[in-house]
Structures are given as structure tokens and as C-alpha cells.
Design a protein around this ligand. Structure first.
Ligand SMILES: NC(=O)c1ccc[n+]([C@@H]2O[C@H](COP(=O)([O-])OP(=O)(O)OC[C@H]3O[C@@H](n4cnc5c(N)ncnc54)[C@H](OP(=O)(O)O)[C@@H]3O)[C@@H](O)[C@H]2O)c1
Length: 343
């Protein structure tokens, strides 16, 4: 039996989904992995909360109020340092916003956690896309892990597939449909909608953000591809080196032309090199896929990734929930994989 102390930072859509999932899966993880996932504290911008254990939040008395925001336990006096000092080491779960210009607040949170001897599991992409080498070196020097499934297409296994399932095989190239919003818009346009209508529909369904620029301009795909490439290929590709072309405002005629050619239009992130002598490149842009391409069947808000290898041929996975619960499930998976005994 192992107690795993957890500090959750960020209590927005993903943080709350993770909070709910920990409650839902507490007994499942105890029975199946012999892990007691103990939520010790939650931090957000507006305040923080100190918990004695997950049991406390599981008790019906604690949830006499359904409104988590109005829980009397929220205070402003508890900092991340306080929580890191208060408990034995464990894992910090980072669900703070992604900022690809500064990497904050994630960078400071991750650095502090690692320096104090805690593992890090993150859904946030900014710190890793800017300071991956530094943070991973810090983790290595302390024998700790940084896991980022939640930041690299969430429920779709991308890093895990490359790290574990392809062990021993050399990755020759990677292609991915990594953004649910773009794929949903392109799918609906292929069914006859204009870009504007498809985007509005995606926003109405909660698939697209009210401000969709980061997704439709291709940056989300670029960031995920850089994170995947840098961890799996040992590269240090910077976002500024990536050619990024999104789908913003794409004309209906382009989609119709693809259909006339018998092809499917997808927003693709690609990582490849022309030959062994040349450096790896990451590109994001529209790709015309033949119907026999494994990822041509990835429709709606689904995502997919394909790895081309030297010994295993190509391997593709697709699907995986593109929502906060899917992201929370990826965070939980990373925690289990850090601590499980039956590796
Ligand atoms: N939404 C998804 O489906 C999804 C999927 C995969 C990955 N992600 C990634 O997951 C992360 C979280 O996304 P989200 O949709 O949950 O965001 P969100 O709803 O905007 O929530 C962000 C949370 O972070 C807190 N926060 C902001 N600055 C902070 C700081 N300095 N210290 C502590 N907490 C701070 C906010 O505090 P307050 O509550 O006080 O405002 C809020 O609780 C993002 O990096 C996103 O890219 C999201």
C-alpha cells in the first residue's frame, strides 16, 4: 500500500475534472494499484485550500454545499511552498493556463515542486515548450519525473506510445491530427458548412474556445508536436523554428477541391527529416490525405497520431476524449504510471 500525496494547482475546467475524477477513482486505484491517492491541497489564483486527505472530500458532509467556490475552506494564506513543506513528497498536478510567451505560472510551479523533491504531472504546455531541457535536467538530477500526457493531446496516448510501446524502435517520422477544434471545423466543412458556421457550431458545442485563435492558427498543434518531438527524439526544437499555417478563415472551395480529388483535408503536425544528416523539422499545415491514410478516418473533434518506425512499421492511434475529463484522465494515468508497482 502506498500513499501518494497530491497537490493540485489550477482549479478551472481541467482542475475540477481532475478533482472529480480523484474522488470517483479513489477506491478503484486503491483496489487495482494499491495506491491511496491523497489530495492534500488545491491552489488557484483566487486562493487555496488545505485538505487532510481525499477521504475528507469524499465525505457527504463536506459536500453539504455543491458550490465549490463558496466552500469556507478557501483561504489566501496558504502558498505552494507551505503545502510542499507540510507533506511528505508526492506529485504536483499542474492545471494552470498555458502561456507560450513566458511559460508562467507553470514554470515557477514546476521548478519549485522539483526543487522540493516532488514529481510533476502537467496539463499545461507553456513551461515545457520553452524550458523543457532545463526542467527535465532538474528532474533527472533529483531522480524525479515530469509527465505531460495531459499537455500532449490528453486522452490520446502520444508520449506513452512513443516512450513505451516503441521502445527499441527508431522513430523515422511522426504525423498527427492534434487539435479537436480544427478537425471538427474541417469535418463539418467537408459536410457542407462554411468556416464561419462550422466554427460557430464548435463554439456552441463547447469544442472551440470563445477566442479560438490559438487553435485555428495552428499554434496548439505546433506546441504539442514540439513537446512530442523533443521528448521522444531528444531534440531541442524551438517553437520559433516551426513553420505554422492554420486553418483560420479557410475557403469552402479548398475543401470542395480536396473532395473532388478524392482526398480528405486535415490540419497536420509533422515531424521529419530529409535524411539522417539533416536536423529534424516540425511543420504544421493543411495536408491532403488519401482515403487509405490511417488518419483520414479521424473525424469530428477526435485526434490521431501515426509513428513511422524502422522495425515496427507504422503504428497509429486515434480517438481519446478531447475535453476536461479526458485531460483529467490523462493526468491520473501519469500519476498511476509513476507509482504503480506492476510496471
Ligand atoms: N480545457 C481542456 O479541455 C484542456 C485539455 C488539455 C489540456 N488543457 C490545458 O490545461 C490547462 C488548464 O486548462 P483549463 O481549461 O482548466 O483552464 P482554466 O479553466 O482557465 O483554469 C485555469 C486555472 O488556473 C488557475 N490559475 C491561474 N493562474 C494561477 C496561478 N498563478 N497559480 C495558481 N493557479 C492559477 C486559475 O485560478 P482561478 O480559478 O482562481 O481563476 C484557474 O483555476 C491549460 O494549460 C490548458 O492548455 C486543457
Amino acid at each position: 500500500m502506498e500513499k501518494v500525496n497530491i497537490i493540485l494547482v489550477g482549479f478551472g475546467r481541467v482542475g475540477r475534472a481532475f478533482f472529480d475524477l480523484i474522488k470517483e477513482k479513489y477506491d478503484y486505484c486503491r483496489k487495482n494499484y494499491d495506491l491511496y491517492l491523497e489530495l492534500r491541497g488545491i491552489l488557484r489564483e483566487k486562493g487555496s485550500i488545505l485538505l487532510t486527505s481525499t477521504r475528507k472530500v469524499l465525505s457527504p458532509a463536506y459536500f453539504a454545499t455543491e458550490d465549490l467556490d463558496s466552500l469556507a475552506d478557501w483561504v489566501s494564506a496558504i502558498s505552494l511552498d507551505d503545502l510542499l513543506e507540510e507533506f511528505d513528497k508526492g506529485v504536483v498536478v499542474d492545471c494552470t493556463p498555458t502561456n507560450i510567451s513566458t511559460g508562467e505560472p507553470s514554470y515557477s510551479i514546476m521548478k519549485k515542486a522539483l526543487e522540493k523533491g516532488w514529481h510533476v504531472v502537467t496539463a499545461s504546455k507553456g513551461a515545457l515548450v520553452l524550458k523543457s531541457a532545463e526542467l527535465r535536467e532538474l528532474a533527472r538530477s533529483k531522480n524525479l519525473m515530469i509527465k505531460a500526457s495531459g499537455a500532449t493531446a490528453a486522452a490520446l496516448p502520444t508520449l506513452d506510445l512513443g516512450l513505451y510501446a516503441l521502445a527499441g524502435a527508431e522513430i523515422l517520422a511522426i504525423e498527427g491530427i492534434l487539435n479537436g477544434t480544427c478537425n471538427y471545423i474541417l469535418t463539418r466543412m467537408a459536410e457542407g458548412l462554411t468556416y464561419k458556421k462550422a466554427l460557430e457550431e464548435a463554439q456552441h458545442k463547447g469544442i472551440a474556445e470563445p477566442n479560438p485563435s490559438y487553435d485555428v492558427e495552428g499554434w496548439d498543434t505546433a506546441v504539442k508536436m514540439v513537446l512530442i518531438a523533443n521528448q521522444l527524439l531528444g531534440t531541442d526544437i524551438k517553437l520559433s523554428e516551426v513553420t505554422v499555417r492554420g486553418i483560420k478563415g479557410i475557403n469552402k472551395e479548398v475543401v470542395e477541391k480536396a473532395q473532388r480529388l478524392g482526398k480528405t483535408l486535415k490540419l497536420f503536425g509533422k515531424c521529419y527529416r530529409e535524411n539522417y544528416e539533416l536536423p529534424w523539422k516540425v511543420e504544421v499545415g493543411l495536408a491532403l490525405l488519401d482515403h487509405n491514410h490511417p488518419l483520414s478516418q479521424v473525424n469530428g473533434s477526435n485526434k490521431g497520431i501515426i509513428f513511422y518506425t524502422d522495425t515496427m512499421g507504422w503504428i497509429a492511434v486515434m480517438g481519446g476524449k478531447s475535453n476536461p475529463r479526458g485531460a483529467a484522465a490523462a493526468l491520473l494515468k501519469d500519476i498511476i504510471n509513476i507509482y504503480r508497482k506492476n510496471q
